[in-house]
Design a binder for this molecule. Sequence first.
Ligand code: URA
Length: 230
Amino acid sequence: MRLDRLLALRGPFNRQQARLAIATGRARVAGAVVREAEHEVSEFDTVEADGAVIQPGRPARYYMLHKPTGCASATHDPQHRTVLDLLALPNKQELHLAGRLDYNTTGLLILTNDGQWSRRLTQPGSKLPKRYRVYTEAPILPEYAEVFARGLYFAFENLTTQPAQLTLLGSHVAELCLVEGRYHQVKRMFGHFQNRVVGLHRLSMGPLQLDSRLAPGQYRALSTEEIALV
Ligand code: URA
């Protein structure tokens, strides 16, 4: 929200008084004087005017979890253990998932309370690459790479998948890089060749890589540098 709007909504000002207070250096955001009425403030910023706190701000929180198998990517599930059950954190209900993984898929999962930040990571338009390690029942043939690079038609959504890169690592294991996240996308892509995915692990989402020191079920806060990458 714009700073002048926030001051007028939450402070003892009308819009004109708010603009005057800002222009004359009486407003602070995160402790620093801001003189631009259009300055964007988030729910995480402390905002003050004339020395009074107009919005206390709240801490923005960002975590990476190594999701184990047998766990739902949800914040509530009537039947299954959820990823939230793995976190020993206060106020964890305020966190949401930046992208999901299937029940038995493992690997990188991001949780945060910052909706604007997580949208940058997940919105289809951003086309951030997501890398997966894929283990299959039958051998992976070299022709898969060409078909995935061209795109596959998904009748249910009536669309062709974006070009995806496949790198063979062994007869039954490969790395796949996608720039989108359709429902069960990896399994459906290999399903095109009647080849069942028996193991799936997400290695990275855009600039964020799963920390190899995290065992399945473990998590850690993102560093300031990691947060700034998104
Ligand atoms: N594609 C899938 O099929 N499953 C996942 O969990 C992620 C991508």
